[in-house]
Design a protein around this ligand. Structure first.
Ligand SMILES: [Zn+2]
Length: 352
């Protein structure tokens, strides 16, 4: 029997979110498409909110693949502070003591957020990617189709880390459209990270394959460390996941928030100085004030703010619909079609 890839994980190992490569590739295609759209109202940050976020007031169904009712209940309870902070309902389909489930054989979405425990690591698709057929390979385990996982809490059905509740909140914030705080372009992390090995470092691994200090106490840098167990990442993946997000995947970035559940606690070797301005201020378990502000900004309750979200979506729709203006082939691509469908659904929900 094959060993679970994280079988020899220890409590202080850092496992970074790890979306499958085919999913990341399809997200990058979509980001490039989005960045080239002739739409400037409010800039890319708002375009992200209009295309990638759900609709204020929306009810999002959640369903589980595997796991016990106790585990489902714990996941549901960990997400309550999220729905309290914004205008989104998470509907776990509790009925007769059972939570909603989904199956890889589904042909219609049982839920917008399809939770699994059977893949390695923790990850979630971002916002409406969870139901976007263009995201992920149609025959793979993870993607936007009805029979594909959108949020994974790897191994939670066997054993949970001490920090499981913070992990649940972190992944559900991804599912609501949040990105990592260390990639906040207004934050200090990229320049605070120790990318390279100490001069003269001799690559040295422990018996699990993790890169460690060499005999002269020289340390591996981030690139080398993440190339080893348990992450095993190539450089391109490290750059995509750790460097600041400068342009294309624009998101509503508030000021850098050291208390956010979206900020990782990296191992000491990740930082140039200690304490690092990029290191978390909190324990990463509870939502920070900044997380709550971000949620309220993306999913407002006030009628005026909901109204301006509707007006922006209406304008974006005009720019995307070929029959209503845009004379480009982009208007007929599968990406454009799914964006138009999502904007129409969103406007319907907003009553606009
Ligand atoms: Zn994450």
């Amino acid at each position: 029997m094959a060993m679970h890839p994280l079988a020899s994980l220890q409590p202080d190992d850092i496992v970074l979110d790890d979306l499958p490569d085919d999913v990341v590739a399809s997200m990058q295609v979509r980001d490039r498409w989005m960045a080239a759209l002739p739409y400037a109202e409010g800039g890319l940050e708002f375009m992200f909110a209009d295309l990638q976020a759900w609709t204020p007031g929306q009810r999002l169904r959640v369903a589980f693949l595997g796991g016990t009712t106790d585990l489902h209940r714990d996941v549901e309870q960990a997400t309550r502070s999220i729905v309290e902070a914004c205008n989104i309902e998470l509907d776990f389909g509790l009925s007769d003591g059972q939570y909603r489930t989904w199956s890889p054989n589904d042909t219609e979405h049982a839920a917008e957020i399809r939770v699994s425990f059977d893949q390695a690591g923790y990850f979630s698709l971002v916002g409406t990617d969870s139901t976007n057929a263009n995201i992920g390979n149609p025959v793979a385990a993870v993607g936007g189709l009805a029979g594909q996982r959108s949020l994974n809490l790897g191994g939670f059905h066997v054993a949970r880390p001490q920090t499981w509740a913070g992990t649940v909140r972190h992944e559900f914030l991804h599912a609501l459209g949040f990105h990592h705080e260390h990639q906040n372009m207004r934050g200090p992390c990229e320049s605070s990270f120790r990318w390279d090995d100490d001069a003269g470092y001799q690559p040295t691994k422990d018996n699990r394959g993790t890169y460690i200090e060499d005999d002269a106490a020289r340390r591996p840098g981030i690139y080398t460390y993440l190339a080893g167990y348990p992450n095993l990442w190539p450089k391109s993946k490290i750059d995509f996941n750790l460097r600041g997000s400068k342009d294309s995947s624009g998101f509503l970035a508030g000021p850098f928030d050291r208390a956010s559940v979206m900020l990782y606690r990296f191992p000491p070797l990740f930082y140039h100085v200690h304490p690092s301005p990029c290191a978390p201020a909190g324990d990463g378990q509870e939502l920070s004030d900044g997380d709550r502000r971000g949620l309220a900004l993306l999913y407002p309750r006030q009628a005026a703010e909901v109204g301006s979200a509707a007006a922006r979506r209406e304008n974006l729709l005009k720019a995307l619909e070929p029959e209503r203006g845009l004379e480009s082939t982009a208007g007929r691509s599968p990406l454009a079609q799914s964006a138009v469908a999502r904007l129409r659904d969103s406007l319907k929900l907003l009553g606009a």
